[in-house]
Design a binder for this molecule. Structure first.
Ligand code: SF4
Length: 307
């Protein structure tokens, strides 16, 4: 079989080892050297160019259905759970807690739940909206496991490395949010990012209020492609007497966008994290679809007020 292997950045160091094992089984093996953002970003074009029979995608669960033959190999990490004991002093005031984690630690969720229940906590584990596949799992673009239990819990605990994954969940919930990072042995409330991001969001909206031409970003990555939303937003913008064009690329290239001087603001329809994480990489406002609707609503109120 002809196989294309695809690894997220953190696992690319294991590529040769996996390729060698499959070659020993008699397969012809290629390794994708492109950046891989998630299972939303399957290397189908590369696989088709190679006439590969299959993609083996490491590190993530299935994200969405595709006609291409894809085998998903999630990467499980058995992180030390000792850090949970350190979280207890932060959680003294809370008896009902929600737990979220990433796909790498999802198999440890049962043990984490047992630990907190053994320490007198009522534990809630929510369901994702659909891109994530497991209860308690959060993705940058699927925060259902946290948002669905926001009303039931008094605080959240995120177990895992870094803060990329919990930030989306944090922004869509209202309760204190504790991050326990077993790799850096660090426990901290990350609620400050909520207000920080809301401030940035208000700034983006304010900066886009005078925009007359919008570039609507569409990614050709299979799991991020949202042309229907882009068409809808273009129609909304034009119906308000402003200009809009749909800008298509695979990855968002901020240097290329900087050269597109006719646009006063951009609207993202690809990975929802781009508007949050990458705003500093571009000199004009980069809005989410919801933020664009806020811009339009505020402008309409302003025009109404001037009449
Ligand atoms: S957060 Fe973005 S990069 Fe990650 S899986 Fe979702 S769409 Fe893909």
């Amino acid at each position: 079989m002809r196989i294309l292997l695809q690894f997220p950045e953190g696992l690319k160091q294991k590529a040769l080892e996996h390729a060698a094992a499959l070659e020993k089984e008699g397969h012809e093996v290629f390794i994708s050297a492109s950046q891989t953002f998630g299972a939303c970003d399957l290397a189908i074009d590369e696989a088709k160019a190679l006439k590969a029979d299959k993609i083996v995608h490491f590190g993530h669960n299935e994200f969405h259905k595709t006609d291409f033959n894809v085998e998903y190999v999630p990467y499980r990490i058995d992180a030390q759970l000792g850090i949970l004991r350190d979280t207890l002093k932060y959680l003294k005031a809370f008896s009902k807690i929600g737990i979220v984690t990433t796909v790498q630690h999802i198999h440890q969720l049962g043990e984490i739940q047992d630990f907190y229940e053994g320490n007198g906590k009522e534990v809630h584990i929510g369901k994702p909206y659909g891109f994530a596949k497991e209860r308690g799992q959060v993705l940058g673009c699927d925060i259902g496991s946290a948002a669905s239990i926001d009303k039931e819990v008094e605080a959240f605990v995120y177990f895992g490395g870094g803060i990329f994954h919990p930030i989306g969940a944090l922004l869509s919930t209202t309760k204190p949010f504790l991050a326990a990072d077993p790799f850096n042995n660090r426990v901290e409330f990350i609620d400050r990012y909520r207000e920080q991001e809301r401030k940035r969001q208000r700034g983006r909206i304010a900066a886009a209020l005078s925009a007359k031409a919008f570039g609507i970003l569409v990614s050709t990555k299979n799991g991020q492609h949202n042309i229907e939303l882009a068409r809808l937003l273009k129609g909304v913008i034009e119906s308000k007497g402003m200009k809009a064009a749909i800008l298509v690329s695979n990855s968002i290239d901020f240097e290329a966008l900087d050269n597109m001087l006719e646009f006063d603001a951009f609207v993202n329809t690809a990975c929802p994290r781009i508007a949050i994480d990458d705003n500093a990489r571009i000199r004009r406002p980069l809005l989410s679809a919801n933020e664009l609707m806020d811009v339009i609503r505020i402008r309409a109120c302003g025009e109404e007020g001037r009449r």
